[in-house]
Write a protein that binds this ligand. Structure first.
Ligand code: PLP
Length: 403
């Protein structure tokens, strides 16, 4: 007898002792549906993945078409596969600056690993810098970039020659020097509780990397594909990275990551020795077909512009709620990446739980558990935003003392 809840707990490795456990049977646009007949408004897009919405017809058709042709003819980078080439070409036309050569991976963390290896190999240097409270994934190299000891300590020793600089602090950039291979940054920090850096800081960072010959790596795994109101968050600052890291919305709902740079930089991976960095499944043709269909929807419907509008609607609601409820400390946002800072972690957690009880899914952040994160699909309608705001108001009414 199939009991999914019991089997889920027994056979699927858990990542916390209290998984949300919704039993999903269907996704459609901004909604997911569960086995008990409930319909949930997904305001975190499967954690920043389904920016164009769940199960878009165009994406499903692209998957079906590719699946009937071929699934996996050869490891990455050897055979010519149309969906991969087409997607790489289309991405290259839209990536920031002069980036045009793309290495597809299976996930964001794997793409981060590739970017780190590229920076070391291209520069012949070792030192890598990241920033306080950054999140770049959970593989050993990506984990080594994290400053948050609570997640890093249990797995030490981590990769050597990696150090953390203070976020948004221009003076801290003085550590970047002629020994630095690369500096990796999220143009807007997500797990840190949605933090937008100053323009002057980003410009100083670019200048420091230029002056020292270090490669500047933008991790746009979370911020890419319209999330912050531009196709890529780099565009907000008008400064461009040497390497960009992508994943999440890149695959339109299927697992796909990538790191990309100018051809001369990426060439470091294909010689001395050849096959210096390879992957079996990276850039799977079905995943690329899905990603390409998703990207075309994003461009066709100008979803970055829509992200600005959706974000503004939420901010208006949230600012009004902040006036009413003293437990809301700060609302931070860039486009449709929104952080709601509470005065305590308990209140933030209770807020998530109460919203879920009313069929609205919001999330928390890894490093600041008093910050609730929203990353809704960029296609939300006014009525859905208003309903979500009503649910949030009711939740706040329950947990916050009225001012
Ligand atoms: N980088 C950033 C900014 C992320 O937010 C994440 C995941 O949340 C990653 C990297 C890791 O991506 P993945 O979970 O696909 O390995």
């Amino acid at each position: 007898m199939l009991n999914l809840q019991t089997d889920f707990r027994r056979y699927v490795c858990q990542t916390s002792d209290s998984p949300i456990g919704l039993e999903i049977v269907r996704g459609d646009g901004p909604f997911v549906f569960t086995a008990d007949g409930q319909k949930y408004l997904d305001l975190i897009s499967g954690i920043g993945v389904v920016n164009v919405g769940h199960n878009r017809r165009e994406i499903v058709q692209a998957i079906q078409k590719q699946a009937t042709q071929y699934l996996h003819p050869m490891v990455y980078g050897e055979f010519v596969m149309q969906p991969q080439v087409e997607y790489a070409k289309k991405l290259a036309a839209h990536l920031p600056g002069d980036i045009e050569n793309i290495f597809f991976t299976n996930s964001g963390a794997e793409a981060v690993e590739g970017a780190l290896k590229t920076a070391r190999k291209f520069t012949g240097r070792q030192k890598i810098y990241s920033f306080s409270d950054c999140y770049h994934g959970d593989t050993m190299g990506a984990l080594s970039l994290q400053s948050a000891a609570v997640y890093r300590k249990p797995f030490e020793p981590v990769v050597p020659e990696i150090a953390s600089l203070t976020w948004n602090d221009i003076a801290a950039l003085d550590d970047i020097d002629a020994h630095t291979a690369g500096v990796i940054i999220e143009p807007v920090q997500g797990e840190a509780g949605v933090r937008v850096p100053d323009q002057a800081f980003m410009e100083a960072l670019r200048q420091k990397c230029d002056a020292s010959g270090a490669l500047l790596i933008f991790d746009e795994v979370m911020t890419g594909f319209g999330r912050t109101g531009k196709l890529f968050a780099a565009e907000h600052f008008g400064i461009f990275p040497d390497i960009i890291v992508l994943a999440k919305a890149l695959g339109g709902g299927l697992p796909l990551g990538a790191f990309a740079a100018r051809k001369e930089v990426m060439a470091a991976l294909s010689s001395d020795p050849p096959l210096a960095h390879v992957t079996t499944f990276g850039g799977n043709p079905v995943c690329c077909a899905a990603g390409l269909a998703s990207f075309e929807l994003m461009l066709r419907d100008d979803l970055p512009a829509r992200a600005v509008w959706v974000g503004e609607q939420f901010i208006q609601h949230l600012n009004a709620l902040q006036q009413r409820f003293a437990c809301l400390r700060e609302i931070r946002a860039k486009g449709c990446l929104i952080g709601i800072e509470f005065d305590s972690s308990e209140r933030a957690m209770t807020f998530c739980r109460l919203c879920l009880q009313q069929n609205v899914i919001v999330g928390w952040t890894l490093f600041h558990s008093n910050v609730v994160r929203m990353a809704p699909p960029l296609i939300l309608e006014c009525s859905e935003i208003d309903r979500a705001a009503g649910v949030m108001a009711a939740a706040l009414q329950e947990i916050c003392v009225l001012t």
